[in-house]
Design a protein. Structure first.
Length: 201
């Protein structure tokens, strides 16, 4: 065998081993739930103390339903492969709202969809997300419709929510924080309506 093929084999082997030795970028995960402050609201009235509140189902269009964080570009949106939500986006939204309403209403009776078949919440809240993104101007937007079905009503009360927050910085963490705050704003809208219906706000 001549020396030329051997040189090629050694060169290719060096490239392969160099590639194997390069560390893969780690994935960073983000939650939509607000960090707990350890405090609960004092505004929750006794009208909700024994009532169950169900969050879901949550509808999300395919264009939004992605595990990766969206990054705005002048030509559209790119997905951050190494910056992801901590779970399926509908479950992340549901868990965040359950945690917030539990604290806001000082209640342990807030549950996430799906629930057991024989069980029906006193106040089921269905949510349809239309937009959940950050634009190139640095504004996070949650555009959603949500419906609250009250006792004796045949149709839910439909509300439109267009919630925006400025992005503190353009990093993935900054964008995630701004989107997280829009979810908290939606939770506050839902809590305010529940308190009004229960006579506690």
């Amino acid at each position: 065998m001549s020396g030329r093929p051997l040189c090629w084999i050694m060169a290719v082997s060096a490239i392969v081993f160099a590639g194997c030795g390069a560390p893969s970028p780690s994935v960073t995960y983000y939650s939509l739930a607000q960090p707990s402050t350890g405090a609960v609201s004092a505004q929750a009235g006794t009208g909700l103390a024994e009532k169950t509140i169900g969050i879901g189902p949550i509808g999300i269009p395919d264009v939004v339903y992605r595990p990766q964080l969206p990054r705005p570009t002048p030509g559209g949106v790119q997905l951050e492969e190494f910056h992801r939500w901590g779970g399926d986006l509908d479950r992340e939204l549901g868990r965040a709202l359950v945690l917030q309403l539990s604290r806001r209403l000082a209640s342990e009776q807030v549950v996430e969809y799906p629930w057991s078949v024989p069980f029906t919440p006193d106040y089921p809240v269905a949510i349809d997300v239309l937009q959940f993104s950050v634009d190139v101007q640095g504004q996070a937007t949650l555009n959603a419709r949500w419906g609250l079905l009250t006792a004796g009503a045949e149709q839910p009360r439909i509300r439109a929510a267009l919630l925006t927050r400025p992005v503190g910085d353009a990093s993935p963490g900054g964008r995630a924080a701004a989107l997280r705050q829009t979810v908290a704003d939606l939770g506050e809208e839902i809590a305010t309506e529940l308190l009004r219906l229960a006579g506690g706000g």
